[in-house]
Ligand binder design. Sequence first.
Ligand SMILES: *[C@@H]1O[C@H](CO)[C@@H](O)[C@H](O)[C@H]1NC(C)=O
Ligand SMILES: *[C@@H]1O[C@H](CO)[C@@H](O)[C@H](O)[C@H]1NC(C)=O
Ligand SMILES: *[C@@H]1O[C@H](CO)[C@@H](O)[C@H](O)[C@H]1NC(C)=O
Ligand SMILES: *[C@@H]1O[C@H](CO)[C@@H](O)[C@H](O)[C@H]1NC(C)=O
Ligand SMILES: *[C@@H]1O[C@H](CO)[C@@H](O)[C@H](O)[C@H]1NC(C)=O
Length: 452
Amino acid sequence: MAQFHCRWYNLVICLCSPCICLLLFFIYACVMLSIKMTNTSVYVSQLGPHFVASGTFRNVSFAPMPRTFWEQPSQVKALWNHLQLVSERRYNPILRPNISKLRFDSESLLWEGYSEYTDLENGTSNFDAQPQRMKDFVSHMQQRDFPILIQPDGICGAGAKNEKKRPLLLMAIKSSEFNFRNRHAIRQTWGRAGWVAGHSRNRSRGEETGGYVRRVFLLGRESPEVLGVDVSELLQSESKLYGDILQWDFKDTFFNLTLKDVLFWKWFSHVCGPIHFVFKGDDDVFVNTMNLITYLQDQLQKPQSHKTLKEFMVGQVVSMAVPIRESNSKYFIPDSFYTGLYPSYTSGGGVVYSGLLTRRLHLMAKRVHLFPIDDVYVGMCMARLNTSPINHPAFLTIGLHEDEKEPCFYHRILLVHKRSPIEIVNLWAYMKKTQTECRDVPLKEIGQGQGT
Ligand SMILES: *[C@@H]1O[C@H](CO)[C@@H](O)[C@H](O)[C@H]1NC(C)=O
Ligand SMILES: *[C@@H]1O[C@H](CO)[C@@H](O)[C@H](O)[C@H]1NC(C)=O
Ligand SMILES: *[C@@H]1O[C@H](CO)[C@@H](O)[C@H](O)[C@H]1NC(C)=O
Ligand SMILES: *[C@@H]1O[C@H](CO)[C@@H](O)[C@H](O)[C@H]1NC(C)=O
Ligand SMILES: *[C@@H]1O[C@H](CO)[C@@H](O)[C@H](O)[C@H]1NC(C)=O
């Protein structure tokens, strides 16, 4: 009996020891992984689809997004969150049964909310606690109706001539009055309007891909007193020549960039017909237009695309980012202005969304108070629409890219940030030169050499 017991015991050890070894190895791997994660200041997820910004809380308690990003504990009185809460109450159909009649047609409820807050809380509001920069922002944040100074002649951007099909893409590029060279470089390279061929990668021969592209530059106004030059006449003639300038009468400052989104959405909704997609980006990025065209054609061909395109937004997604609290940063947002995490947003260097979504964003923006950081604001409107952007690793808007020296690097991307006008022109020539040798390289995918 004892002997039998002993043999049985050996058998168990024989069977179980590999399992125990595996378990130990698994635990070891987990521990090593978590140590690695806590050591790197910027952690780019190789597993998940999202970029995680530095300073992000990675512990579980912060992981789930709040259902509504403006919610906060009642004792916190951050100005923006409070304003948004007041407006949410005004739009609440239970508290205000007449709301359905008002629908989305006016911005008045947002303004009512603003004055209610500033009137009632005069003295007690923490307006006075804000740094000067925020005070300037807050005192203008309810104004959105800036007049248009220059716009393309009654049509939606340059390139409408000879279109034989519904345009695929409108390139809306944030620029500023003095960036003539950037605009010039973009016009002759990645921002060319008219028919643009896609990348022929992996397509059966004879099947031509491509689409009609329009282009418009989004500008505010520099103050001539500050720089001593007035370029408004130059801009007028630039607009006559190219028909791609859209300028509003507001000061072109960092905190006013959000106005470019909001006013562009409005302009698009009124002026532009059924354009499939909008690219919105900076005038110092490089876009691989051929890849982008093919990528967007693929989206149109997907089953149920008419449904999915209603919420289609793609770019480099920043998730669970914490507002920057260092007062010397360009992105500084004090605690007294905004509390909580930012909703997921696409980095503003370059992002693509559907024309359908643009119209929905235009309507939703009437219910969300302006926020000084433009890409975060777009994320807020997306969260308010109950949807979130898609991350694509071929949008390189943040950080450095180790594989940049590879010969076919630029053939594998959709967008890369920070390129001077000269670099843009040179890169474009380089792209043409290496076209045949890099023909079959695939687009970057998740987990492939995302630099930090
Ligand atoms: C999560 O991280 C934040 C910031 O580091 C910290 O304040 C908080 O206490 C942490 N929560 C838990 C449950 O560890
Ligand atoms: C709703 O509409 C009715 C009639 O149109 C009006 O008398 C009432 O004051 C409205 N209520 C609110 C909360 O605006
Ligand atoms: C707020 O108070 C200041 C003086 O304390 C006053 O000048 C201003 O008119 C008040 N604003 C409103 C909206 O009541
Ligand atoms: C791309 O080409 C490869 C090999 O040439 C093939 O196996 C694959 O199915 C193609 N993919 C598509 C989407 O056509
Ligand atoms: C935005 O533009 C308006 C109109 O030109 C200006 O009054 C305001 O100061 C600007 N806001 C910021 C934050 O620069």
